[in-house]
Design a protein around this ligand. Structure first.
Ligand code: NZQ
Ligand code: ZN
Length: 383
């Protein structure tokens, strides 16, 4: 097991009726900016619950944070926060609204072009306090310091991670997920699954508890995946799904283990160039990446195949291929296709994506061995 330091400052408030606790969780003297997306919170009653809880607070609203939140939209909120001397941000929505709000929180106190924070996260030395009311289990943004922001002008999508951007608290009421469209439920299942894999499916690191913990989340997702697609109004199922998504990316399973994240880095480019949903890009990239990197990942692919999918017969190569195929079938079983061609996309962006990785000089993967040439091979395998 590798050395590690663990700290997660976010308070988690989980369960039915918990949105009402906003009334006491946010100090009464705070000037709040409440941020949200395209209006789903008005249709499902979450907006009314938040406004009721904050009826004695000063609240300004900023609506219209889009999926894959953009710099262009968020910079408008930065101006409002400065003008109105807002001192607390409350994100009400999915990962996009929470990520966007983290960016606002860090940008407001930064002297310079806030896009710098996506180029060099060490520049995040402070941020306004923020909290969230989560409406979509998927990203884990509710209990981490990460944000992924897009720039429309240049078709870029970049991430930062800073403990300064962790929410002070996050409220998770599984009942608010009942209004999710099936597409977003499926996205949430796949994103959560891949988050676990990015921290688990690398090489053995003698981290027995972390492995079992990761396999527990993966098995929970395979058990409830099709059931929540069929019915996302079952409290027990949705609460387990919501808890899984938070645990998948709040640092617990990352302690002392190597991490990959190449599927995410390549996937972000597919969203930037083609507008595909984040989870869709992961379902496309991951199986191809595993095939290209199968030798380096062999020991963990075999362990994963046996413990999550009960694959115990055949040669090692057959078991590895069976584990990858089972994973693809799982994504398909919740309604997400796993090839670019199934979304009408060909090889048109591959050269540009490879060029970007060449320019950035990033060393991708748990061993830093996913070179731009490998990225090309992986993308060719996605067609
Ligand atoms: O905008 P509104 O009207 O709220 O509608 C949203 C949006 O259209 C809708 N929605 C959310 N909750 C709902 C609901 N509709 C009905 N009922 C509800 N309860 O769902 C749509 C998608 O929302 P979005 O926030 O974009 O989805 P998600 O939570 O999957 O977030 C995706 C973003 O998070 C980033 C992704 O790159 C992407 O930009 N990620 C953030 C991470 C992090 N902070 O740690 C890690 C992830 O890997 C990911 O990269
Ligand atoms: Zn993700």
């Amino acid at each position: 097991m590798n050395n590690f330091v663990f700290q997660n400052p976010t308070k988690l408030i989980f369960g039915k009726g918990t949105i009402a606790t906003l009334a006491t969780e946010i100090p009464a003297d705070k000037k709040i900016l409440m941020t949200y997306g395209g209006g789903s919170i008005k249709a499902n009653g979450v907006y009314d619950q938040v406004k009721e809880a904050l009826k004695n607070h000063s609240v300004t609203e900023f609506a219209g944070i889009e999926p894959n939140p953009t710099y262009e939209t968020l910079i408008k909120a930065v101006e409002i926060v400065k003008e109105q001397k807002i001192d607390f941000l409350l994100a009400v929505g999915g990962g996009s609204v929470i990520d966007g709000t983290k960016f606002i929180a860090a940008a407001v106190v930064y002297n310079g072009d806030p896009w710098d924070l996506l180029i060099d996260q060490n520049k995040i030395t402070d941020a306004l306090p923020l909290a969230s009311v989560l409406t979509l289990p998927a990203t884990g943004s509710e209990m981490n310091g990460n944000a992924v922001i897009s720039k429309k002008a240049t078709h870029e999508k970049l991430a930062f991670g800073s403990i300064k951007a962790n929410p002070v608290f996050s409220i998770l009421d599984p009942e608010v997920t009942y209004s999710l469209p099936k597409r977003q439920v499926a996205n949430g299942i796949v994103d959560t699954f891949v988050h676990v894999c990015e921290q688990y499916l690398t090489y053995p690191s003698q981290a027995m508890v972390q492995d079992r913990f990761a396999e527990g989340i993966l098995s929970t997702l395979t058990e409830l995946g099709e059931k929540v697609i069929a019915d996302n109004t079952n409290y027990d199922l949705m609460s387990n799904f919501m808890y899984s998504a938070t645990l998948a990316l709040n640092g617990f399973i990352a302690m002392g283990v190597p991490q990959d994240w190449a599927t995410h880095s390549i996937g972000h480019e597919l969203t930037a160039f083609h507008g595909l949903d984040h989870a869709v890009t992961l379902a496309i990239v991951q199986p191809s990446l595993w095939r290209v990197m199968r030798e380096e990942k062999k020991a963990k692919l075999l362990q994963y195949g046996e413990r999550v999918w009960n694959i115990t017969t055949g040669s090692d190569d057959e078991k590895v291929e069976a584990a990858i195929a089972k994973t693809e079938n799982f994504y398909r079983s919740v309604g997400i296709k796993t090839k670019l061609s199934e979304y009408g996309i060909g090889s048109e962006s591959i050269n540009s994506i490879v060029e970007r990785f060449e320019q950035r000089g990033w060393k991708l993967g748990e061993n830093g061995t996913i070179t731009p040439d490998k990225v090309r091979e992986i993308l060719n395998g996605c067609l």
